[in-house]
Design a protein around this ligand. Structure first.
Ligand SMILES: Cc1ncc(COP(=O)(O)O)c(C=O)c1O
Length: 432
């Protein structure tokens, strides 16, 4: 039987013919390190397919300021490349392993242990690896923690807080509960803006609330708690504080015991999309409702070490790689120093060139992860983005809902990339 694959871009390729042109080293294959490479002069690679860089060949990395999925640390990607076909000498990819087998389980356990170690998570908390993005948690949190007559507080400082609130409202209507909202948004509709997080004294905490929800870093609006000491996380006493930390998890240390639950989609600071890390107090796990489907109960995942159903195994594997890299960088305390230095460099250029750049965010609330800024006109912003692309920098266009420029500078973005952007901004301002 002829094996063919068809692709619009590459045309028809006879795979049997293609295989003949591949040289497989028997010795290396025996060592389970199969290297497949086209024979010299072969036309096996259809025109137009970029050649993947071979081991040992220098590769040009794109300067990536994407907000998420975002840049990943090169060593974590290289490790994945090296282990891709043959994981731990097993003769198969980690993706081909059973999630019930010891090889995968070791990776899974290591990922959880690394979160515990890096953050100093106490034994009274569970670390869960879930799916469905942070968006699933927007619903899962009220599903577990609301009951008839209860109230949950939502402190909204940007677009992601609004989304979390929207899901909570749906769940509260289902359960006969209510939601109390404190929003820092100014204006309405398209004109609505968020430029700050509150000081702890500005947060009203109702001691009878089921929980108080915040978004510790608003990825789109670039406002973040606890960067400036005057904007510490709200003090909620006995009310569990819940934080969406999707875009600022593990860039700095924080005291887990101040929170009832924190959650983070992996695709910014800790891995690829498809995994959500949840750190939750055992008390909240136990309090969770038992009359919702098992798959949505935190209890189910806590009791089954996040192996109740098939986890996103490759995603968890990548989280393991990223966290083990992070540990090697001196952990999150070391990371914080570099991250603050990166943010200070960019805000320095913005503040130093007020005729060209403007931060819409109040100084004390400025995010270290997502640096949002404006130029005098939308035309200049477009030109700025076009010019940065020519310099090999991507991901600088602000979110479509707010426009402007946004540089996301998560853990994996090295200082040198930020320096390239800062130097470009200075040159751009000088040239105008
Ligand atoms: C702060 C924050 N929360 C939630 C989300 C939604 O995450 P997901 O798309 O993984 O559900 C995002 C995505 O960018 C985010 O930045």
């Amino acid at each position: 039987m002829q094996l063919h694959y068809l692709s619009k871009a590459f045309g028809k390729v006879n795979l049997r013919e293609r295989r003949k042109t591949l040289k497989v080293s028997a010795d290396l294959a025996r060592m389970r390190r199969i290297e497949v490479r086209p024979a010299a002069g072969s036309a096996a690679r259809p025109a137009g397919i970029p050649r993947a860089p071979m081991r040992g060949h220098p590769m040009k990395r794109t300067i990536n300021f994407n907000a998420g999925p975002a840049a990943l640390p090169l060593p974590a990607l290289e490790r994945a490349r090296d282990e891709f076909l043959d994981f731990a000498g097993s003769g198969m990819s980690v993706m081909e392993h059973s999630h019930r087998g010891k090889d995968y389980e070791a990776v899974h356990d290591e990922a959880i242990a690394l979160v515990r170690e890096l953050l100093g998570v106490p034994a009274s908390y569970e670390v869960l690896l879930l799916q469905g993005g942070a968006t699933a948690l927007f619903a899962q949190i009220p599903l577990n923690l609301l009951e008839k007559g209860a109230t949950a507080q939502y402190l909204v400082t940007g677009a992601w807080g609004e989304k979390a609130l929207g899901e909570a409202k749906i769940v509260s209507a289902m359960f006969g509960a209510s939601i109390a909202v404190q929003s820092l948004g100014v204006g309405e509709g398209k004109e609505k803006s968020y430029t700050r997080v509150p000081a702890p004294s500005g947060v009203k905490v109702d001691s009878g609330s089921a929980y108080l929800h915040i978004t510790s870093n608003e990825t789109i609006h670039g406002v973040e708690y606890n960067v400036d000491p005057s904007r510490a996380f709200p003090a909620t006493g006995a009310v569990p504080l819940i934080a969406d930390m999707s875009s600022d998890f593990l860039w700095r240390p924080f005291d887990v015991t101040k929170f009832g639950l924190v959650y983070a989609g992996a695709q910014k600071n800790i891995g690829p999309s498809g995994v959500v890390v949840v750190v939750i107090s055992k008390e909240l796990v136990e309090k969770g409702r038992k009359d919702i489907p098992k798959i949505f109960q935190f209890r189910t995942h806590a009791e089954n070490k996040s192996l109740y159903n098939t986890p996103p195994t490759f995603g968890v594997y990548m989280v393991r790689n990223v966290l083990s890299w992070l540990k090697g960088q001196g952990g999150i305390a070391g990371m914080e120093k570099v991250n603050r230095k990166k943010a200070a460099r960019l805000y320095g250029v913005i503040d130093g060139n007020p005729e060209y750049f403007r931060s819409p965010v109040e100084r004390e609330s400025r995010s270290v992860m997502n640096i949002v800024f404006r130029l005098p006109t939308p035309e200049l912003e477009e030109r700025f983005i076009a010019e940065t692309k020519k310099q090999g920098m991507i991901g600088l266009k602000g979110h479509r809902s707010v426009g402007g420029i946004r540089a996301s500078i998560y853990n994996a973005v090295p200082y040198e990339w930020v320096e390239s952007l800062a130097a470009f901004m200075e040159a751009f301002a000088r040239a105008k």
